[in-house]
Design a protein around this ligand. Structure first.
Ligand code: ZN
Length: 498
């Protein structure tokens, strides 16, 4: 059967069909399945032009939701289709929601038929993410909702929301109202609550990223007193690695960082907060008398120890709010607080030696950076990432899962977003859900053709097959050139030695 992501349990197709007919009902046994059943009803009404009603619990219906008797994992579900009816079974609202995503793919919208079958399913990884950079290009609320719909239909469960960077500060902070002065478009607390509620219904946890102490010019443009030099600063255009950092030698700058973290922790219910910590040239701290004084007080010899001290201190601040911080892997070593989750991105760092035994989120540059051209990350490479991750998982149980990333320096419109995301995000989602023993490129390529028709709630602009999978030699050359660029930038930002 052609399903995305392909199920991890039994998939049995039996002879015969169930015919939905013109008017039928959906029944639930539990209130928690209400959202999933309403989603299914509106999809059947809009896509298949059928008249559907929601029946009271206990009434016999063509499609029934049933609570499983404690045998399914939280995100798991089972589907049973016979010629007389369909049963969607789950333990929780999440499982029911995922059952609906699979069930939609079984329906032939042209004639309202479903093949008789039995499907059992639950995910391979618990962290299945999409990063959206809403800083370089602001993402308005309706587009956020559309992306959440798309991600959840692929059974992704994390939206990593990159909210601050050199080029913009997109989140209102009550304690420091000038932060958003440099960004004409930003999210109010009310906006965030709307996104959180929409995401939560679709089983997506929103992880806010407040990038510090680097990638920080937008904050320093409003509050230059928190920098080493005192500014003034102007917002940079386009991409780049910039030297300006939060000054760790000034007490008010540390109070600022802590207050922002506290406010963000209060706003977002996720147990994690991402604090960036990437691409930090240490030159300003070297030249700053305040930072040097601080290092002396703390008995630190090198600036990179000051960065580690900052990470560990902020991990403690987050812990008081019962949150865990996530850092990019640039500078993490075994002396960082063991609770800090490390997000791996840089292919030049040998993560096994450096990060210790901490939990990991995987997002390798050459497989998951979907803002890169399809000639650097072809469709088939995004699909290969799952096998690669799962190979590592056998040796390392501390991998929580992975993320596919969309940075937006050069991506501004909905069409551009879609053409970078699709079809690669579909491949990525399958690799994070489906066990490696079940990944099959041929089956997957056939299945993905039906995405726009049966899986998504709105049509997406996909990159055409030839451009999504360019000739291998051309890809090899493009990847080599990109590798050289990453090497140069990694040296510049102190990730690797000069
Ligand atoms: Zn300083």
């Amino acid at each position: 059967m052609l399903l995305i992501p392909y199920p991890n349990g039994e998939v049995i197709q039996n002879p015969g069909l169930f015919v939905l007919g013109n008017a039928f009902s959906i029944a639930i046994t539990k209130d928690t399945f209400g959202f999933a059943s309403r989603q299914l009803k509106s999809w059947l009404t809009d896509t298949c032009n059928l008249t559907v009603t929601l029946a009271e619990p206990g009434h016999s219906s063509s499609i029934q939701f049933r609570e499983s008797s404690g045998k399914l994992p939280k995100e798991g579900y089972s589907i049973y289709v016979s010629s007389t009816g369909c049963m969607l079974e789950a333990e929780s609202a999440v499982g029911a929601f995922y059952a609906v995503q699979t069930f939609k793919q079984l329906i032939d919208a042209r004639n309202g038929t479903i093949p008789c079958c039995e499907i059992h399913d639950s995910p391979s990884f618990s962290w299945r993410g999409l990063l959206l950079d809403a800083t370089r290009t602001f993402c308005p609320l309706p587009e956020m909702f559309r992306l959440l719909d798309l991600a959840s239909s692929l059974k992704l469960n994390i939206l990593h929301w990159h909210l601050t960077d050199d080029q913009g500060w997109r989140l209102a902070i009550d304690g420091y109202p000038n932060l958003t002065n440099s960004s004409p478009q930003f999210y109010s607390k009310e906006d965030v609550r709307k996104v959180l509620s929409y995401a939560s219904e679709r089983n997506i946890t929103i992880i806010p990223e407040i990038d510090m102490p680097g990638h920080f010019i937008a904050a320093l443009a409003s509050y230059p007193q928190f920098s080493c030099t005192g500014g003034p600063f102007s917002i940079p255009q386009g991409e780049g690695i910039f030297s300006e950092l939060l000054c760790l030698g000034k007490e008010e700058a540390l109070i600022f960082a802590k207050s922002v973290i506290n406010e963000v922790c209060d706003l977002f219910p996720a147990p994690f907060i991402h604090l960036g910590g990437d691409e930090i040239p240490l030159i300003r701290w070297k030249e700053c008398s305040d930072c040097q004084k601080k290092m002396k007080e703390l008995g630190l010899k090198e600036e990179k120890e000051l960065l580690r001290w900052f990470a560990n201190t902020m991990a403690h601040v987050a812990k008081e709010k019962e949150k865990t911080i996530i850092f990019w892997d640039d500078s993490i070593d075994e002396h960082y607080d063991p609770s800090i989750v490390c997000q791996i991105w840089n292919p030049l760092r040998n993560e096994r030696k450096t990060v210790g035994k901490r939990s990991l989120i995987m997002s390798n540059y050459f497989y998951t950076y979907l803002n890169l051209s399809h000639s650097i990350i072809p469709f088939r490479a995004a699909y290969r990432y799952g096998a690669l991750l799962n190979g590592k998982t056998n040796r390392r149980s501390n991998i929580m899962g992975g993320e596919f990333l969309l940075w937006t320096e050069d991506i501004h419109t909905r069409k551009e977003r879609d053409k970078h995301l699709f079809p690669r995000l579909v491949a990525g989602a399958e690799t994070l859900w489906t066990d490696p023993s079940r990944l099959d490129w041929k089956r997957f390529s056939k299945s993905y053709k039906m995405c726009n028709e049966r899986l998504f709630t709105s049509i997406v602009a996909q990159t055409r097959p030839f451009f999504a999978n360019p000739p291998r030699l051309y890809c090899k050359i493009r990847r080599y050139l990109e590798y050289r660029r990453v090497r140069k930038n990694s040296k510049k930002s102190g990730i690797t030695k000069l």
